[in-house]
Design a protein around this ligand. Structure first.
Ligand code: HEC
Ligand code: HEC
Ligand code: HEC
Ligand code: HEC
Ligand code: HEC
Ligand code: HEC
Ligand code: HEC
Ligand code: HEC
Ligand code: HEC
Ligand code: HEC
Ligand code: HEC
Ligand code: HEC
Ligand code: HEC
Length: 455
């Protein structure tokens, strides 16, 4: 009975072939031939379920089993005849209808090896593109699913949307990515792309590769970061790392809350150095309060001081707190960029005042006599020299000057802390000199034009 049917089939095929040669259209031939195979291969008894799936592969739907398995002849006697001899034969079969993929620089290993069927069922499946399983499961047949086991998982990776970022077959980019560097992320994060493109300053790794900070799959920290600030930052910024481990005074802002991100934006800014605000506004956004300390001096409210003392020191007028303070830390008290004595008295050495002399002439404290180096003189006697330049009990600048702002001329202080006492300065300025009646001595006057003789 069966043999008869096969004989009949062969006859029919021969007739059809003849018809094709006659008509000269190949596609017509395929259709007919397929129709015949449907009859032969998919029956109630044989391969009945092969097309009972949601996505049936084109040639299977048409019953063109022979396109891959070859001529049906002899199959019943020897079912093994239909097995592919080598894996290469499978991909060769696929490429006989589909374009050869291997035209790009990066070829996914199973594609290179011709293992099409590790991902696609050659007949059909319940998943689009006849995938052997759903979404990321296909990939995890071969790849470790550790990559999505971090605490914070990226949306598309979590739901198996691997191919949103990776080409399954071949790609122009490493790791079979669909785009290079940050462009990959911009495919979906269009709002970030827009704000970054509009920013005046973009952090270099952000314009190069988002994945240098974010794990594209999952990671231990929020936003799929491998580490938070400061570790994340100093991983690249070795110089800052060294600086912070060497300084004796670290800025309190580094150890609090968001650390580096208190001041810097991780991605971009309209302000240089990726600052979150204009530099002085940034400092005053925190120093608009007093920080009380258990031990040592508290940290005064600078906003309040600047509001109450209206003659601001030059660099503050220029809104440059960093001219004197290193925002990260330093080896001088109060995170000062350079040497400056923290005390009322200090034996004189010019280096003690590197901070001030970074911007002002050091000669004001070096020459005992002058007619031009400083206005703080009595006749030609240099009173800066007199007070400051002493082997013992040299007065430091702070004895007379405020560094941030004052209500007295030349940033002279109203008073200066002297132990527990707020020592008053009582400075008065005149046309060609001035006077003071500090807690240190009786009232003394100076005049540049007509030298005054004080008692
Ligand atoms: C696109 C190529 C292709 C077409 C078309 C095709 N097959 Fe297959 N078939 C394969 C491949 C590849 C294998 C797996 C061979 C291997 O792994 O050794 C296979 C395996 C089989 C097997 C072995 C059992 C299994 O499922 O793995 C049967 C049975 C089979 N095919 C029947 C059919 C029938 C019936 C048709 C037509 C309705 C058909 N095939 C059409 C490629 C195809
Ligand atoms: C006889 C020709 C032929 C062979 C051989 C063949 N295919 Fe196909 N394939 C088709 C046709 C026809 C379609 C349906 C195309 C369509 O619907 O646009 C198709 C569709 C597909 C699709 C789904 C594409 C889509 O857009 O839905 C995949 C995946 C696929 N084939 C993989 C393979 C693999 C893997 C092999 C080798 C095992 C293979 N094909 C061998 C003809 C073939
Ligand atoms: C690592 C898994 C994997 C392997 C291996 C693989 N594919 Fe695919 N293939 C896919 C996925 C996933 C899609 C769906 C692609 C998409 O949505 O862009 C696809 C889509 C296709 C399509 C339809 C869309 C298109 O890009 O033309 C064809 C045809 C196809 N594959 C053929 C093959 C052939 C032929 C091989 C072997 C040389 C192969 N695939 C190997 C995963 C794979
Ligand atoms: C049949 C096994 C297999 C499957 C299935 C598979 N891969 Fe691969 N994949 C490999 C092998 C093997 C390599 C090469 C590994 C290597 O070089 O370390 C690789 C490499 C990769 C690479 C790195 C490429 C590179 O240049 O280093 C990526 C990305 C990748 N696969 C993604 C996927 C995705 C996404 C899927 C699911 C769509 C997938 N793979 C499915 C076997 C597979
Ligand atoms: C948002 C885009 C994106 C998604 C979604 C995504 N990947 Fe990746 N994948 C990448 C990028 C980017 C790299 C390169 C990372 C690098 O170079 O550090 C990568 C690398 C890989 C690698 C190579 C591993 C390595 O460390 O070199 C594999 C394997 C991989 N991905 C598999 C997957 C699988 C499986 C999925 C789905 C669960 C997936 N990817 C989802 C973007 C993505
Ligand atoms: C295929 C689209 C797609 C691509 C490509 C993509 N993402 Fe995403 N990403 C998402 C989705 C969807 C979410 C979840 C959105 C949400 O929760 O608001 C997300 C969330 C994120 C989050 C967390 C945001 C939050 O507020 O919690 C970060 C960080 C992120 N992605 C970074 C990246 C990086 C870096 C890349 C490139 C390596 C990238 N994404 C590529 C789709 C994508
Ligand atoms: C230098 C490291 C670094 C790079 C590079 C980087 N990010 Fe981020 N990203 C972070 C940090 C840190 C956070 C957390 C922000 C915070 O806490 O203020 C973050 C947060 C995010 C968020 C969620 C919060 C938000 O700002 O919307 C998204 C989305 C994001 N990044 C996308 C990207 C994209 C896209 C790129 C590439 C264009 C990228 N990132 C490059 C460090 C980085
Ligand atoms: C993947 C390495 C990397 C990471 C992580 C990183 N940076 Fe950067 N950063 C750079 C590079 C590269 C530059 C550019 C340096 C240059 O041009 O000299 C830079 C520049 C900067 C600049 C100076 C910008 C300018 O305009 O001069 C600041 C500020 C900065 N980073 C802060 C941070 C902070 C804060 C973090 C942590 C959230 C961080 N960086 C994490 C690599 C990194
Ligand atoms: C209190 C605010 C603040 C904090 C906290 C802070 N920075 Fe800065 N950072 C600044 C300011 C202000 C500048 C600009 C200094 C200048 O112009 O001299 C700067 C400059 C930089 C630069 C540019 C190079 C340089 O020295 O000029 C890098 C890199 C940098 N910071 C990294 C970091 C890292 C990493 C952290 C965390 C460990 C951090 N910053 C914490 C305020 C801060
Ligand atoms: C995010 C908040 C924040 C910002 C912004 C900030 N600081 Fe601070 N600052 C602190 C904290 C907290 C302390 C430590 C207070 C304490 O010790 O209790 C501190 C301490 C100081 C000290 C005293 C240092 C010491 O140890 O004696 C100075 C000086 C200082 N900051 C200057 C600045 C300058 C200049 C800027 C701007 C570049 C700035 N700060 C920005 C929070 C901030
Ligand atoms: C001309 C240099 C200079 C500039 C500019 C400067 N500072 Fe200072 N700052 C100092 C010196 C010196 C001290 C130590 C004063 C002392 O102890 O007498 C100090 C002390 C401080 C302190 C500790 C306050 C306290 O309790 O004694 C803070 C906070 C501070 N500065 C913040 C700022 C901020 C904010 C700015 C910008 C608005 C700024 N500084 C600009 C030199 C400067
Ligand atoms: C970053 C540079 C810079 C540093 C550091 C600096 N100053 Fe000044 N100072 C200036 C500028 C600029 C002016 C304004 C000069 C002008 O208006 O002609 C000024 C003005 C003064 C004046 C008033 C001069 C006048 O003629 O009105 C005094 C007093 C003064 N500074 C004292 C100091 C002391 C004390 C220090 C050290 C604690 C110091 N400065 C550190 C830049 C600096
Ligand atoms: C004993 C008090 C006193 C001490 C200590 C003192 N100054 Fe002065 N300084 C003055 C007075 C008073 C003036 C105003 C002179 C005038 O214009 O009549 C002045 C003026 C200045 C000026 C304006 C330019 C000038 O010389 O006329 C600068 C700059 C200055 N001092 C810097 C310093 C520095 C830096 C130190 C520490 C090394 C210091 N002063 C220490 C009292 C002092």
């Amino acid at each position: 009975m069966r043999r008869e049917r096969i004989v009949l089939l062969i006859v029919l095929v021969l007739i059809c072939s003849a018809a094709v040669i006659f008509s000269g259209t190949e596609s017509h031939s395929q259709e007919k031939k397929s129709a015949e195979n449907t009859v032969s291969c998919i029956t109630a008894k044989c391969h009945a379920d092969i097309n009972k799936v949601k996505y049936v592969h084109g040639p299977v739907g048409e019953g063109a089993c022979d396109k891959c398995h070859g001529e049906a002849k002899g199959h019943i006697e020897n079912p093994k005849k239909f097995k592919f001899k080598a894996i290469e034969d499978i991909s060769k079969a696929c490429y006989s209808c589909h374009d050869n993929f291997k035209t790009k620089k990066f070829i996914h290993s199973p594609v290179e090896e011709g293992e099409c069927t590790s991902c696609h069922n050659p007949h059909g499946s319940d998943y689009k593109f006849q995938m052997v399983s759903k979404g990321g499961e296909v990939c995890f047949e071969c790849h470790d699913d550790e990559i999505i086991k971090g605490k914070w998982v990226h949306g598309p990776a979590a739901v198996g949307g691997c191919i949103a970022c990776h080409e399954p077959h071949v790609s122009d980019y490493e790791k079979n990515l669909r785009a290079k560097g940050s462009e990959l992320c911009y495919m979906c994060h269009t709002d970030k792309a827009e704000s970054i493109q509009q920013a005046a300053f973009v952090h270099k790794p952000v314009s190069e590769d988002c994945a240098s900070c974010h794990n594209p799959h999952s990671a231990a920290k929020e936003f799929m970061l491998e580490a938070g600030a400061p570790e994340l930052c100093v991983g690249c910024h070795e110089d800052i790392k060294n600086q912070l481990s060497n300084v004796s005074v670290k800025h309190g802002a580094i150890d609090r809350d968001k650390s580096c991100l208190n001041c810097h934006d991780a991605h971009m800014s309209q302000i240089a150095k990726n600052l979150k605000m204009e530099p002085m506004d940034l400092c005053l956004s925190c120093h608009n309060q007093e920080y009380k300390r258990e031990k040592g001096e508290s940290v005064a409210n600078i906003t309040k001081w600047l509001a109450e003392n209206t003659d601001h020191h030059g660099p503050i007028k220029q809104k440059d707190c960093s001219g004197c303070h290193n925002p990260h830390g330093s080896n001088s008290f109060r995170i000062l960029r350079n040497d400056y004595p923290p005390t009322f008295y200090k034996p004189f050495a010019v280096e003690n005042y590197n901070l001030c002399f970074g911007c002002h002439e050091k000669t004001i404290a070096l020459n005992p006599d002058t007619t031009k180096l400083t206005n703080f003189r009595n006749g030609s006697q240099n009173l800066h020299f007199l007070h400051v330049n002493k082997a013992i009990k040299g007065r430091t600048c702070r004895a007379c000057h405020e560094t941030h702002a004052s209500n007295f001329p030349k940033h002279i202080r109203e008073s200066v802390p002297f132990g527990v006492w707020d020592l008053p300065v009582n400075y008065e300025k005149t046309e060609s000199g001035g006077s003071c009646a500090p807690g240190c001595h009786k009232i003394k006057q100076y005049d540049r034009v007509k030298k005054v003789t004080n008692e």
